[in-house]
Design a protein around this ligand. Structure first.
Ligand code: K1U
Ligand code: ZN
Length: 189
């Protein structure tokens, strides 16, 4: 009897561990959840809670997998984003209170969003951006970016202002996307 009980406990442990392995650490809000529209507040105190949030967001982003994540998407309305566009997935950027200080040119890039699963579409963004921000230790930094990093910075900063990339698309496309996502959630419910 004890052996059976121990085996069952071990099986349960393996199942729980496997589920955890494939699940993002923090639940990600799905469009059109109204909480994605909230404007995030500036971080005033750089304490351990901010570093913990950034670490949990990074883990969630890597597990999803994604190349960026904004705190808004995990229902935390503070101006914190994490980004890693490297192929090696080892160049994590944590940006607190990011501000666009310069932008130039235009580029059109196919975007996706962890809050809008399965939807990809072209969006026009600035080609070059300079972003001033604070790192997790509260040190002021600045980053100049082009290509995918520039797109990702603009996409994540949009989230902090309550904007999702699909809002750059036509009303017709937005309605179709909402209908598709509603159908998806009816199927998975
Ligand atoms: O904000 C988010 O939801 C993350 C989003 C960021 C982004 C993607 C594409 C263009 C602009 C911004 C994603 O990461 S969607 C997933 C994705 O693009 C991806 C996932 C794995 C490997 C490579 C890309
Ligand atoms: Zn997104």
């Amino acid at each position: 009897m004890r052996v059976i009980f121990k085996t069952l406990r071990w099986i349960l442990h393996v199942i729980t561990y496997s589920i955890k392995l494939f699940m993002p650490l923090l639940p990600i809000l799905r469009y059109p959840d109204p909480r994605l529209k909230k404007v995030a507040k500036r971080v005033e105190k750089f304490d351990d809670s901010i570093r913990r949030l950034a670490a949990d967001m990074a883990e969630t982003m890597y597990e999803a997998p994604g190349i960026g994540l904004a705190a808004t998407q995990v229902d935390v309305h503070l101006r914190v984003i994490v980004i890693d566009v490297s192929e090696t997935r080892d160049q994590l950027l944590v940006l607190v209170n990011p501000e666009l200080v310069e932008s130039d040119g235009l580029q059109v890039c196919e975007e996706g969003c962890l809050s809008v699963p399965g939807i990809y579409d072209k969006v026009e963004r600035a080609e070059y951006v300079t972003v001033r921000y604070f790192d997790a230790e509260g040190q002021e930094q600045s980053i100049e970016a082009d290509g995918l990093l520039a797109v990702c910075l603009q996409h994540e900063m949009d989230h902090l202002d309550g904007r999702v990339f699909v809002e750059h698309l036509s009303q017709l496309k937005q309605s179709r996307i909402k209908a598709k996502l509603a159908k998806q959630s009816r199927i998975t419910a």
